[in-house]
Design a protein around this ligand. Structure first.
Ligand SMILES: [Zn+2]
Length: 263
């Protein structure tokens, strides 16, 4: 059965857009009735859309990074598509906020999902991910460059279509887990530790002994509770530092015996 396209993908396909390089957000916005996308210094909000009937304009925070502005434009287009007629003034913690993922029907989550689908549509992203041998940050950084998206948004999208079972997990500067996202190959009962274990290589990155780490094999009990005697299994961990002292770690399984025993 053919997969149903998302609204954002339908929009891209209606203009024959087939390559990431051709996702020109301002032109797409114009085609959707957005008369102008402008940058301004915004206090207390990251982006907003102001509209009347079928016309509107979008303002994004001029201080944000290029990738963040693109995600914000996609997010506001999501509001325009799904919540037209309602004012949308979006704070920074409402756009691409992965700490507190809103429920699937929350307007901010709907707008975020629209942005993600618009910037990294499955029909482009998934076939490229399938060509990757491993889930790793080298591959994710290539996708980030090609799709002009943030490292976090790109990594989250990559995990969805990953060629291997994997979990993406974010820790704050104190080593407290902020959020994690497993792909569908990972049992839902597997939760990375709430506090980053000192035996992980990620801990060295967090403590600034390393800037980032390459994929390293490590006993699984460094990452998960040992109820199932996980010390006999090995997983791969790889870490990259992001903003505010946070780290992103990608945990991958190149041997699925542990997962088979947990399902
Ligand atoms: Zn919003």
């Amino acid at each position: 059965m053919r997969r149903r396209l998302s609204h954002a993908e339908e929009l891209l396909q209606s203009y024959g857009i087939e390559r990431p390089e051709d996702i020109d957000l301002e032109t797409l916005a114009f085609c959707c009735g957005i008369q102008d996308v402008r940058e301004e210094h915004l206090d207390g909000c990251e982006a907003q859309i102001i509209g009347h009937k079928d016309k509107a304009f979008i303002i994004v925070n001029s201080k944000s990074s290029y990738e963040r502005k693109r995600f914000s434009i996609g997010h506001e287009l999501g509001h325009w598509h799904h919540h037209r007629g309602q004012p949308a003034i979006c704070r920074a913690d409402e756009i691409g906020n992965f700490d507190v993922r809103f429920s699937a029907i929350h307007p901010e989550r709907i707008a975020d999902d629209f942005a993600s689908n618009l910037l990294m549509p499955e029909y482009m992203f998934s076939p490229l991910v399938r060509k990757c041998e491993h889930a790793c940050f080298d591959a994710i950084l290539e996708f980030k460059k090609r799709f002009n998206t943030s490292i976090t948004a790109t990594a989250l999208r990559f995990v969805e279509f990953s060629p291997e079972p994997c979990i993406l997990v974010c820790y704050d500067h104190n080593g407290n887990r902020k959020w994690f996202k497993p792909n569908s190959d990972v049992p839902s009962k597997l939760f990375p530790h709430e506090r980053l274990d000192r035996d992980t290589i990620a801990y060295d990155v967090l403590m600034k002994k390393q800037n980032s780490s390459r994929p390293n094999s490590i006993p699984a009990d460094a990452w998960f509770s040992n109820d199932n005697d996980l010390s006999r299994y090995f997983i791969y961990e790889e870490t990259i530092r992001i903003h505010d002292g946070r780290i992103l770690t990608l945990l991958t399984w190149r041997n699925e015996r542990m997962l088979e025993n947990l399902f």
